[in-house]
Design a protein around this ligand. Sequence first.
Ligand SMILES: [Zn+2]
Ligand SMILES: [Zn+2]
Length: 280
Amino acid sequence: MNIENLPLSTFEYKGLTIEGYSRAAVQSYWRIPELKLGFDLGGSPWSFMGTQTFFITHAHLDHMAALPVYVARRRMMKMDPPTIYVPEATRDNVERMLRSWQNLDRGRMMCDLIGVKPGDEITLSREHVVTVFETKHTVPSVGYVVWDCRKKLKPELEGLSQDEIRDRRMGGEEVTQEIRVPIVCYTGDTAPAGLDGYPAVYESRILITEMTFFRPEHRKDKIHKFGHTHLDDIIERADRFQNELIILGHFSTRYHERQVENAVSRRLPARLKERVKLWL
Ligand SMILES: [Zn+2]
Ligand SMILES: [Zn+2]
């Protein structure tokens, strides 16, 4: 069944489909079906129900209000209980919130609710691991990086023949090592300190982050204090972004889409602009 209950944009890059919507104070929700995961649930498009794992960055309503809807829908459709990751400091309150909804709605809220903190590592599958990093916002918040994990022959064994390698492996020697490549980073809402504190943010193949404000007259210190990022912050860091694709979203509702596009096309250096996609 295809029910279109919420706006959703889609973009494909190197085998990954990024689906989502993000406007400040309205709602943010993202999903990457191929990775079987999503980020934030400010809204819950009907199709998101089919994804079992969500990573929530913080408990602002525009990032989490639809969590009970999503959990209840999965149960209603007889799907397995989902796994929800939330900042550790919010976990117990989120559980109480779900319990309240359970009492109000008289439907059981079944999910695995897991609190996470910076430095945590979550194994999704043999190929994918998620790490948690610190972001800077006005409430407890974290960002997430999805890593591709591959086994690769140890470099010191590269000159050896297949037979030799097999013999060593049979002899109990570890002949491979794990290579990790950051493929998707999602920061949620953050002041630029959240970008700067974790190298994988700049190294991840795809970076999904926020640029809530862009007007030159906006005071940067105030924006940072409220845990957000400005176009000037992105420009200041132009040389640090090694990402192949940078998705900027979470624009303030004060702006028209055209204004954001104009400012970015006028001010962003070309080498960055060609990799930036505005999520409008
Ligand atoms: Zn937000
Ligand atoms: Zn927020």
